[in-house]
Design a protein around this ligand. Structure first.
Ligand code: 4AD
Ligand code: MG
Length: 529
């Protein structure tokens, strides 16, 4: 059997079989053929660290890995989290958001902390005192410090060192919540996830692109666009109506026609009024487009490979462990009265672990057609295995309760539902061969507890058929002429997908509400600061 070029699943027994366009359990390939910067002849030792004041995370790594002895003088920066005064000593914990740990400062004269308050930022010089606590291997005996920014003496620091629900943080402290432990862990995880997803694309020869956010068309045709107007011009600024993009897909397709494999992580805007824990008006969508992909399996396998690889690496680098330990810490803290709903406490550590295990299971993710999914749902209801508010019917969109049930109870993990009826999906999807246009070559990836995480499809690549499809959808053919024209000049079979980035983060970190994994969330009637 030929070697699957470009695939690297190291810690599971699952491998990609290009012939079957499937994942199988037979072989493991570890080495990536195009890996860069690994040559022993490389003249530069990477990475080159920027000469900046070190973060507490960098300092901790230096102390631990360089084995700095007790008594070594160091300088650190941070914000005060807690102050504890005793008879002979005072202890001040500082943090800087670079990791989830605090650093303990020791003052051998408690009077020296009289001027300090929680929230104050400072630079401290002192000596290392090593400790026999693996999670907390050193503290600093303070010699001198310099307050960089004080806090008002007559007002309590808004971010008290007690349990504050996500809902409270979002409502009451929209700018300060990034200083909280729970928000910090989410923001750091977001950042690491972007790196790992990008790394996978890079290794698979995808080009990262940056399509526009202002467009002249509604990609999904669902009428959920925000229009862009200029305060200073009476006529349309762009000479015609401009919109904020609902998906960069159409422009990605143009980029794909020149670059073959493209991806982007970009904001998407939707004026949908559904106030759910899964919807935002402004969110980030990870999208990819692949030239010469002529089978839906190509795209599903790409999505599965991307998520499996990124998650495996995030797990290996300790991100899951951090998420779980912060969750454990928060679970043990008592919610304060009057701090609003707290659904996050309902998502347990075990549940988060189960979600990761489901994604990294030792078997390919389940794939079923929409038709089969409806049959399964009906059967489950008939047999009393499931009870839905509204029954699934062929021809209707699957409701959130159906999606969640399929993933949680039927697949016990991620599940691809394929080939939906064409009237439920946008104009650009390729009809299933032999279905007389009844269904299209598309999929939704559903995951337990959440429902839809990814949507993807093969695209119609014939000029005339696409035009007919645009007309049938009642869309303006003039606005989409440029898009249809892509099919005039050397069109190729192709496909792609879009994944809601915040939905992925919510799912993996175990946060209930999508508004709590994005900075400054926007939804209907809400655009604070
Ligand atoms: O399923 P959607 O609408 O698909 C598209 O927009 C395609 N053009 C993507 C493509 O093929 N390039 O959106 C893709 C994903 C959904 O599966 C969901 O995870 C997320 O985007 N999403 C939202 N996330 C947060 N808030 C919203 N309002 C969202 N709407 C969709
Ligand atoms: Mg969708």
């Amino acid at each position: 059997m030929s070697r699957p070029v470009g695939y690297r699943i190291s810690s599971t027994k699952l491998v990609y079989c290009p012939r079957q366009l499937q994942w199988s359990q037979r072989l493991i390939y570890l080495k990536h053929p195009f890996r860069r910067y690994t040559s022993s002849k490389s003249p530069v030792a990477l990475p080159v660290l920027a000469p900046l004041p070190p973060t507490l995370k960098q300092k901790a790594a230096e102390v631990v890995y360089s084995d700095l002895p007790s008594g070594t003088t160091v300088t650190v920066n941070g914000w005060i989290r807690t102050i504890r005064k005793h008879k002979k000593y005072a202890f001040v914990n500082i943090l800087d958001g670079s990791h989830d740990k605090v650093l303990q400062l020791v003052f051998n004269d408690p009077e020296r902390v009289n001027d300090l308050r929680v929230g104050v930022s400072l630079t401290v010089t002192g000596t290392i005192q090593r400790r026999q606590i693996p999670a907390d291997p050193y503290e600093i005996l303070v010699e001198s410090y310099n307050v960089l920014g004080s806090v008002p003496e007559d007002e309590p620091y808004p971010l008290q060192n007690k349990y504050l629900s996500q809902d409270y943080l979002r409502r009451e402290l929209p700018t300060m919540r990034f200083r909280s432990l729970s928000s910090g862990v989410t923001m750091r995880f977001r950042s690491r996830a972007v790196s790992e997803l990008g790394r996978y694309f890079d290794e698979n020869e995808f080009i990262q692109t940056h399509p526009p956010l202002i467009t002249s068309s509604d990609c999904e045709g669902a009428g959920e666009v925000f229009t862009v107007v200029s305060e200073s011009s009476e006529t349309p600024f762009f000479g015609k109506q401009g919109y904020l993009t609902v998906s960069t897909q159409l422009h990605l397709e143009a980029l794909m026609m020149g670059l073959s494999r493209v991806w982007t992580l970009a904001p998407a805007f939707r004026a949908e009024k559904s106030i759910t824990s899964r919807h935002l008006s402004e969110f980030w969508m990870l999208e990819a487009e692949v030239a010469f992909a002529d089978r839906l399996e190509h795209i599903m396998t790409l999505v599965e490979g991307l998520l499996r690889t990124a998650l495996t690496r995030l797990k290996e680098s300790g991100e899951l462990e951090t998420v779980l330990s912060v969750k454990a810490y928060l679970e043990n803290r008592k919610p304060q009265d009057g701090h609003g709903e707290d659904k996050d406490q309902e998502i347990t550590r075990a549940q988060v672990l189960q979600r990761w295990e489901g994604m990294l299971q030792n078997a390919p993710w389940m794939r079923i057609t929409y038709k089969h999914a409806v049959e399964v749902l009906k059967q489950a209801e008939k047999e009393g295995k499931a009870k839905f508010e509204s029954s699934a019917e062929y021809g209707d969109n699957l409701k959130s309760e159906h999606e969640k049930w399929l993933a949680s109870q039927y697949a016990h993990g991620p599940i691809f539902v394929t080939q939906y009826p064409s009237q439920l999906k946008p104009f650009y999807m390729l009809p299933t061969p032999g279905s007389c246009g009844e269904t299209v070559e598309c999929f939704d990836l559903l995951v337990p507890d959440l429902g839809e995480l990814v949507g993807g499809s093969l695209r119609e690549f014939d000029y005339n058929r696409l035009k007919t499809s645009i007309e049938r959808a009642g869309m303006d053919t003039g606005d989409l002429e440029w898009y249809a024209d892509l099919r005039k000049w050397g069109s190729v079979p192709h496909g792609g997908f879009g994944m809601g980035f915040e939905r992925l983060i919510c799912y993996l970190v175990g946060i209930y509400n999508i508004r709590d994994v994005i900075a400054f969330p926007r939804w209907v009637d809400h655009c604070v600061c």
